[in-house]
Ligand binder design. Structure first.
Ligand SMILES: [Zn+2]
Length: 305
């Protein structure tokens, strides 16, 4: 047994002891998802929740970024990030930025506007003009870069579905992430607008950490060019098994990327040093082990010394 492992076991023992006390009611217990929300993150680390369909929450050191939130089809009895739905009280103390790529109902649920009153620090970023209030940040057909409160936000624009849409490239706390919204095309790079957007993103994000993408066209081309550390398939709310299918496809193609395939709304991932830990538990004793590709990548790194 090496030193690190012994130390881990000891930490695990102490943490588990704490959890036992907590569950016995001797210490006030917090809801499970409060723990990752309040966790001290280093620059470059993130906790990621799949909410539903194209909805994601990404917690970095200083920010909680929420993308394309819509309510899960099966409403949980109690709202929480861990059940895939937002309880404004749960995120009330966070520095929240809400992104909406376009106005289709599977990407924009007007109930998000109600969070304004409940969350002290909140801003809205719209992928088209004229929504929300004038003080919000709006992106239109022009590509822009906006710096706000230490965040850098860039957009690409398209109207593949006949309405104006954006996808957002965000730099926050040492991380670069891309939420593609509905930016996908059955002809992939053969579509000039799609290709031009991907080339622009390559230039703006020489290193991409997290890539959230629909899988209805062009995503493999995008993966090959953007080379993200981790990719998260989306846009199959209620049919989440498609995500595992995508993960198998990526593996079969031999692409060197972690795949965060959510199994259900509320699935949680921890991103650290370019690897993903799926279904991360909050207690060391629960045996957090990188699995799947993350494990393979780690083994590869160990073997390479
Ligand atoms: Zn859509």
């Amino acid at each position: 047994m090496n030193k690190t492992f012994r130390k881990l076991r000891l930490t695990g023992f102490i943490l588990c002891g704490g959890m036992l006390f907590a569950s016995a009611g001797w210490i006030k217990q917090e809801p499970a998802s409060q723990l990752p929300l309040r966790r001290e993150l280093k620059p470059g680390q993130a906790v990621i929740w799949y909410l539903y369909h194209s909805g994601w929450a990404v917690k970095t050191r200083n920010y909680l970024l929420i993308f394309d939130y819509t309510e899960p089809s099966e409403r949980p009895t109690k709202r929480s990030l861990d059940s895939g739905s937002i309880d404004p009280a749960e995120i009330g103390a966070q520095n929240v930025t809400v992104f909406v790529s376009h106005r289709h109902s599977d990407h924009f649920d007007p109930l998000i506007l109600g969070w304004r009153a409940a969350v002290k620090s909140i801003r809205y970023i719209w992928g088209w003009e004229g929504e929300g209030v004038p003080a919000d940040i709006h992106f239109g057909s022009e590509r822009r870069s906006v710096a706000v409160d230490g965040l850098e936000i860039m957009n690409i624009h398209h109207n593949f579905d006949g309405i104006p849409e954006s996808a957002f490239l965000v730099k926050a706390d040492g991380l670069t992430l891309l939420h593609a919204g509905d930016h996908g095309h059955s002809r992939g790079l053969e579509n000039p607008a799609f290709k031009d957007n991907i080339l622009y993103l390559m230039e703006k994000a020489p290193r991409l950490d997290l890539f959230f993408t629909p899988t209805f066209g062009g995503e493999i081309d995008a993966l090959r060019l953007l080379k993200p550390q981790a990719v998260f398939p989306m846009h199959d709310g209620g049919n989440e098994r498609q995500y595992a299918k995508f993960a198998r496809k990526v593996k079969a193609l031999g692409l060197d990327v972690e795949v965060g395939a959510a199994e259900r709304a509320g699935a949680r991932f921890f991103y650290v040093k370019g690897t993903l830990v799926p279904n991360e538990k909050t207690c060391v004793c629960a045996g957090v082990q990188p699995t799947g590709q993350a494990k393979m990548r780690e083994d590869k790194k160990t073997n390479e010394g």
